[in-house]
Ligand binder design. Structure first.
Ligand SMILES: [Fe+2]
Length: 240
């Protein structure tokens, strides 16, 4: 017999199966602090339909100076606890553009995403002093730079021209679901929607740090706005 009560609400899923931005490795940045939390976050990502996670711990001068060694150690620790049907997990990094980054670039010690994509971020206080030239230099070295959450840099809000300039230089943009969901405030949400409407969004990412983020993203995936937004997106996530 038909009953509306017997049907379990279907979990809304992401419009992609590969996520390229998260902080789920235990104990090496401001994301997951232990294996138990990491496993919860991985499980949540799996419920969103993600089958491949390219996780990206922070590499930031003075605060999180992670290296291949520190990231690999945390990755191996998590791996031993993962179940057989867990999503595939590989690691890269989210590089703050600073002197530490320039050192890695010079020494050839950067850990890119698959196909030589590279996730870079500005500080939230001020942009990297020579961003356009750095993007050019990265491209010359064969990297495909992806600017992480360009919608979160408030100092660009009054000079949106910079976004167009960066797009013309071939810099790719990765927007956070949390931004569109309004998690960081209405100004960030408005810029994120502006980028979507202008076709500036190459990748969407979770930037998942903790279960608060997970809950906010799940709530957004079940919203009407989400259904409207995914119709406008033309994502490159599956290229990774
Ligand atoms: Fe991040």
């Amino acid at each position: 017999m038909f009953s509306i009560f017997s049907k379990k609400a279907k979990q809304a899923t992401m419009p992609y199966t590969t996520d390229l931005h998260s902080h789920i490795l235990p104990g090496i940045d401001d994301g997951s602090q232990n294996v138990e939390t990491s496993l919860k976050l991985v499980d949540q990502m799996q419920q969103w339909g993600i089958t491949k996670i390219v996780t990206t711990p922070h590499v930031t001068e003075e605060t999180f100076e992670n290296t291949q060694e520190t990231i690999e150690a945390a990755y191996n620790e998590l791996k031993t606890h993962l179940s057989n049907d867990a999503p595939e997990i590989i690691f890269s990094a989210e590089y703050r553009m600073d002197e530490n980054f320039m050192k890695h670039l010079k020494n050839n010690t950067l850990i890119p995403l698959p196909n030589n994509y590279l996730l870079i971020e500005n500080s939230f206080v001020q942009p990297f002093w020579d961003l356009k030239n750095l993007i050019f230099e990265l491209q010359l070295k064969g990297f495909k730079p992806i600017l992480a959450h360009p919608e979160r840099y408030t100092y660009y809000y009054e000079q949106k021209r910079i976004y167009t300039d960066l797009i013309h230089l071939g810099c790719l943009f990765q927007i956070n679901w949390l931004s569109i969901a309004g998690y960081y405030g209405k100004d960030t949400k408005a810029i994120a929607h502006w980028m979507i409407d202008n076709g500036y969004v190459d990748f969407m990412g979770t930037d998942l740090h903790n279960m608060h983020h997970a809950e906010a993203i799940t709530e957004y995936l079940n919203s009407k706005d989400y259904q409207k937004v995914i119709r406008k997106l033309n994502l490159k996530n599956e290229l990774l």
